[in-house]
Design a protein around this ligand. Structure first.
Ligand code: RB5
Length: 148
């Protein structure tokens, strides 16, 4: 599985930790699209970079980070085909995969600590979509909203 990772200036340190955690998994390939320093950048640009790799099929999933995770998750969810879940706990991370088939995880670099974020990432990358009939139906309805 290929996971593309990107952040704004509010989460450069947490992005580095996320990449360290992803390196624990031999079957995960990563791509880091930046940003790489504290110079201010606009989180919608980062969301577009990360999600573009998913919608073109270059990557399977993405992890996006900003200060709170809010702006970048909202931006990511504006992109067709993206289901981004802002998670601050392991239970939400698991549910976002099992029930929502989230293809993007959002984290807040100024909100979630390194330890919890690591566990959230481990859970999110190892949890499969449950494939339950009701969840498929809801996801189809959710994605149909893009065309209304
Ligand atoms: C940038 O200062 C900050 O607004 C951004 O990282 C994020 O928290 C937005 O939701």
């Amino acid at each position: 599985m290929k996971i593309v990772v990107g952040c704004d200036h509010g989460a450069v340190e947490l992005k580095a930790e996320v990449l360290k955690v992803l390196a624990e998994f031999k079957d995960i390939e990563t791509e880091d699209v930046g940003t790489f320093n504290s110079e201010s950048v606009d989180y919608p640009d980062i969301a577009e970079k990360v999600c573009g790799k998913i919608t073109t099929g270059e990557a399977d999933r993405g992890i996006v980070l900003c200060g709170t995770g809010i702006g970048i998750s909202i931006a990511a969810n504006k992109i067709k085909g993206i289901r981004a879940a802002l998670c601050g706990d392991v239970f939400s991370a698991r549910m976002s995969r099992e029930h929502n088939d989230a293809n993007v995880l959002a984290l807040g670099g100024r909100v979630t600590g390194i330890g919890p974020a690591g566990e959230i990432v481990r859970t999110w990358v190892t949890t499969e979509f449950s494939n339950g009939e009701r969840h498929i139906r809801r996801i189809e309805k959710m994605m149909a909203l893009e065309n209304k």
